[in-house]
Design a protein around this ligand. Sequence first.
Ligand SMILES: Nc1ncnc2c1ncn2[C@@H]1O[C@H](COP(=O)(O)OP(=O)(O)OP(=O)(O)O)[C@@H](O)[C@H]1O
Ligand SMILES: [Mg+2]
Ligand SMILES: [Zn+2]
Length: 460
Amino acid sequence: MAKIKTKWVCQNCGYETPKYIGRCPDCGSWSSFTEETEVKNSNSSLQSVVIDNTPVCLINEIEITESIKASTGFEEFDRVLGGGLVQGSLVLLAGDPGIGKSTLLLQTAGNICNNGKKLLYICAEESGSQVKLRAQRLNVNSDKLYVYSQTNLENVLSQIDEIKPDILVIDSVQSVYTSNITSSSGSVSQIRECTNILMDIAKNKNITVIVIGHVTKDGNIAGPKVLEHMVDTVIYFEGDKYKSQRLLRSIKNRFGSTNEIGVFNMAENGLEEVSNPSELFMNERRDVVTPGSVIISTLEGTRALLVEIQALVGTTSYPSPRRVSTGVEYNRLLQIIAVLEKRIGLNLSKHDVYVNVTGGIEINEPAADLGIALAVATCFRDVVVDSDCVIIGEISLSGGIRNVSDLEKRIYEAQKLGFKKAIIPKLLKKLPDNFEIEIIQAERLIDAIKACVSSQKSKT
Ligand SMILES: Nc1ncnc2c1ncn2[C@@H]1O[C@H](COP(=O)(O)OP(=O)(O)OP(=O)(O)O)[C@@H](O)[C@H]1O
Ligand SMILES: [Mg+2]
Ligand SMILES: [Zn+2]
């Protein structure tokens, strides 16, 4: 017999309580509880997910089944996934409204079907003809691609049994529902229950499932955090809606590294992958370089990327000077400013400092320190860093420059893009001498400042 239950569920984290409370004891958010009435059928899928049928055994006795990875047709996407879509895995693709999630997955669907796989695309937000229109614009066409406009998961399940697809796409998890429970679609209980069912499809039927998830205003995947825990891979699709660059970034991956990013460009007929993103990020740079503009070589996953850092330093009109950073951690900037003041003697206490990373990239690694410091210092002194010079190095509090990981890879990327000079930390070991680029080793911050502006005259 069905049991009727009501409960209050935090829409932020999924915490449940029998009574209303104002503040969630789990995630701390206020007024996040909604009452959800739930009729649970005895055939609820909650217990039914079986990941593996192997009985208890010793770890030494387990045979490794090689996971089969299917290409998405996009090298950028494959790398973020850790080599491709693992068969029978559950992937969550999250992103802001209108960023291009459906576009990415429809193009991917086309590629996959062209490789001979069968794919079922559930559009729970759009009609079949809307999807067809998009497919026409994106030039996606295949006789293995099935589209089903449906929000009820039970109907989807019966189609799966009929079509027997290799891959299932759900667009989106917030708009499908299961009749197992009565709460409205998009509620925490529904999302959780639906994800359970999808997990079951992935693991028991060995179908790869990709679900699209919407993101709330504060940047989290709408629905409980448990969603992230349940799936195998969480990927964010992000970018500035008014610019054409898009970044794919994995937040969690059971089959690969989470440091990789994939770069795409949104064009008239769909997403194009950018296999050399440094070029894209450098494109915006003019030939005439302004003071405060510096190119650094940063590492995103296994790939070196050249990015421009811009600083603006000007006399403040506030009682205390402003420090604003975009793409660089705020405290890191404060620390670099402190080092510049103490070790170089720049008096920045009456100056506002703005630092910006172009291309919407977030830089979290200390190897960017030297670049940031030089951007601020050269803007303050109104001199220009050589336009063909790349800066690599971490700064210590004493004003020394520390070595960074994968130095050769970073230098190589700069050389590949036609840079003539690299300022790097002083090394104890010898660098391979096959670099064509001029390499300047700087021991201290002051040496680096001299090296990058020595050939310049002050503009003033
Ligand atoms: N006719 C068109 N020509 C060029 N670009 C278009 C065209 N139509 C849509 N786009 C681009 O596609 C984007 C929408 O893509 P898409 O529908 O895949 O996003 P989404 O993330 O799935 O959005 P939603 O959250 O609404 O589902 C638009 O923001 C726009 O950049
Ligand atoms: Mg969409
Ligand atoms: Zn909560």
